[in-house]
Design a protein around this ligand. Structure first.
Ligand SMILES: NC(=O)c1ccc[n+]([C@@H]2O[C@H](COP(=O)([O-])OP(=O)(O)OC[C@H]3O[C@@H](n4cnc5c(N)ncnc54)[C@H](O)[C@@H]3O)[C@@H](O)[C@H]2O)c1
Ligand SMILES: [Zn+2]
Length: 344
């Protein structure tokens, strides 16, 4: 097992990679503990959870709304939860976001922890203290910055994860390697078969390095004033693709990473060979690198991106594999690049 720390402004968070679900009891208080999970996790792992009061949400994004949260607040109140209570979220990114938000706001904040059950939650959503929910189709628009006390990343739970969810997680792992960890990129590149068959020994060490990248970036810049923006690599174009086509987040980010890599190559920051290695790795991990869609619609969605300042966008590019840079690019420049190179 590997232990990684995130140092937040209010609280620190300890991430246990390779710890098992059964050891959750060692990390939680003896009383006043409440569990939030989703019905898939409850169906598969319900009999392995500690016998504690439990709120089970429907799986998926539709549970991440303020309306659904009201039911959880009411349940906590009815069950006698007070300011000394502790909430544990057991599930993927949706359950982590819901739990972090509810725990940060119920009675002005109670302590909380996560058992991250999807690969995406293990390497991304459970780490870093952002807890957001959706409103009127805007993703994660209402939220808090608040670190969980602990995160358990039990990789053995990934055995039951559907294949597409596994590759969604790979997209964020590739992202972490590309922005800050060149050796990790080489390991991913040489082990795609073992990854696709969910080799647990390999995943334990790769999840730990991936968490390490995010943890150090978040510790340096918890509130995303600079360094943390690098975690948005692939997400500017990716979010716009996701909005227009409705494809899963990891797949959209993969397309976004291929786009940003090509843009980096065009600017002479990345060699054509590096760019080719990146797209080949994504394809080998069953991720798309392009999609048939109207690029004008995607560009319009990008223009509406909430991170836009005036006529420019902070775009994350690569200066070689393993090193991200933040560049302010004008919308005109991006549009010209799309028209020149990227019309599909
Ligand atoms: N807060 C953050 O910093 C942050 C970062 C990235 C993503 N997110 C959020 O995370 C969410 C996506 O997370 P996700 O991809 O984990 O989605 P998810 O929570 O919807 O999980 C995906 C699916 O896998 C199922 N599942 C999870 N673990 C399983 C397991 N071990 N075995 C079988 N099935 C399992 C779930 O029930 C669900 O159906 C989005 O809402 C996104 O906004 C948040
Ligand atoms: Zn993402």
């Amino acid at each position: 097992m590997e232990t990684i720390q995130v140092k937040g402004s209010k609280y620190n968070s300890v991430i246990y990679v390779g710890e098992r679900l059964e050891n959750l009891a060692k990390l939680i208080p003896g009383k006043g503990v409440f569990i939030i999970t989703d019905s898939n996790i409850d169906r598969i792992y319900g009999n392995r959870l500690p016998p504690l009061p439990k709120f089970v949400v429907n799986p998926g994004e539709q549970s991440k709304t303020l309306l659904r949260l009201t039911e959880i607040y009411r349940w906590l109140l009815d069950s006698g939860a007070d300011r000394n209570s502790f909430i544990v979220g057991i599930g993927g990114g949706v359950v982590c976001d819901i739990t972090g938000f509810v725990a940060s706001t119920y009675m002005r904040g109670v302590r909380f922890g996560f058992v991250a059950t999807s690969l995406l939650a293990q390497v991304d959503a459970s780490i870093g203290g952002k807890n957001g929910v959706n409103l009127d189709g805007y993703k994660n628009i209402v939220g808090t910055f608040n670190q969980p006390q602990f995160v358990i990343c039990d990789t053995s739970l990934l055995k039951t994860l559907p294949e597409t969810e596994l590759s969604n997680g790979f997209a964020e792992m590739v992202k972490h390697a590309l922005i800050a960890d060149a050796p990790q990129f080489n390991i991913l590149e040489s082990n795609t078969n073992r990854l696709n068959t969910c080799d647990l020994e390999l995943l334990d060490s790769l999840v730990a390095s991936s968490v390490g990248v995010k943890a150090s970036i978040v510790t340096a810049d918890e509130r995303e004033s600079g360094e943390r923006k690098k975690l948005n690599f692939g997400h500017t174009w990716g979010h716009a693709v996701e909005k227009v086509t409705g494809i899963p987040h990891g797949q959209a980010v993969s397309i976004g990473m291929a786009f940003a890599s090509q843009l980096s190559a065009e600017k002479g920051l990345l060699t054509p060979d590096e760019c080719h290695r990146i797209t080949s790795l994504l394809i080998a991990l069953n991720l798309p690198v392009s999609i048939k869609a109207n690029t004008n619609n995607i560009f319009e969605a990008l223009q509406r991106d909430k991170k836009r300042c005036s006529n420019a966008i902070d775009f994350i590019l690569l200066e070689g594999i393993g090193k991200a840079v933040i560049k302010s690019l004008s919308l005109v420049e991006i549009k010209e690049f799309i028209e020149r190179k990227y019309c599909y």
